[in-house]
Design a protein around this ligand. Structure first.
Ligand SMILES: CC(C)(COP(=O)(O)OP(=O)(O)OC[C@H]1O[C@@H](n2cnc3c(N)ncnc32)[C@H](O)[C@@H]1OP(=O)(O)O)[C@@H](O)C(=O)NCCC(=O)NCCS
Length: 168
């Protein structure tokens, strides 16, 4: 079998500029992130690298809980593939790698807010009410300048149940 023309790997500090460039190239699909935000959370990013350039990115964030972690949830975010690299399996490879990492933390669920629900359905995500995202709505959406409130935003909330839900 021939080798893939790209590799998926954990991001490093030197990738921050390439990651920010990809985020800026997708203003309609991605929440903007500053370079300092990317650098401070670089351990929560995977990149797709081809010929020394960042051609894809995905990250995740642990959503806040009140008190003990009864229903730990992890949001997958900042997923983008360079337009020239689409339809070659890069997005799927990034999502699978991020899900493997998320699974290691044994959350109850992985969540995503997205305009491409059909893409995420392929990985076991299913549409849920935005009420399920209340923790995110307070921390992320509260700073949104595009919509008055999360319930008028057209992004679709999706969840994928994970192993943490199975308690002994
Ligand atoms: C969505 C995105 C990451 C997909 O990346 P990609 O590398 O082109 O996807 P892949 O080639 O890995 O596709 C995997 C599968 O998803 C399907 N798919 C890809 N893009 C899709 C889309 N927009 N809608 C529905 N299905 C899609 C492919 O047909 C493929 O299906 P198959 O496994 O049955 O062959 C990419 O189009 C992108 O960066 N979009 C702009 C940013 C964005 O919308 N990010 C999501 C924010 S939540």
């Amino acid at each position: 079998m021939s080798e893939l023309p790209y590799k998926i790997r954990p991001a490093a500090f030197r990738d921050a500029a390439g990651i920010v460039r990809l985020i800026r190239n997708h203003p309609d699909a991605l929440v903007p992130r500053s370079i300092s935000d990317v650098l401070q959370n670089i351990d929560r990013f995977f990149v797709a690298e081809a010929a020394g350039a960042v051609v894809g990115v995905v990250s995740w964030a642990i959503l806040p809980e009140l008190g003990t972690a009864q229903h730990p949830s992890i949001e997958m975010k900042t997923l983008a593939v360079d337009a020239e690299w689409r339809a070659r399996g890069v997005g799927a490879a990034l999502v699978r790698r991020a899900l493997d990492r998320i699974e290691e933390l044994r959350p109850e669920q992985a969540l995503v807010l997205t305009f491409v629900p059909e893409f995420f359905r392929k990985f076991g995500f299913a549409e849920v009410s935005k009420e399920k995202f209340m923790h995110k709505l307070y921390t992320g959406c509260v700073n949104c300048t595009r919509y008055d409130n999360p319930f008028t935003c057209p992004e679709i909330a999706m969840a994928k149940p994970m192993a943490g839900a199975e308690r002994a």
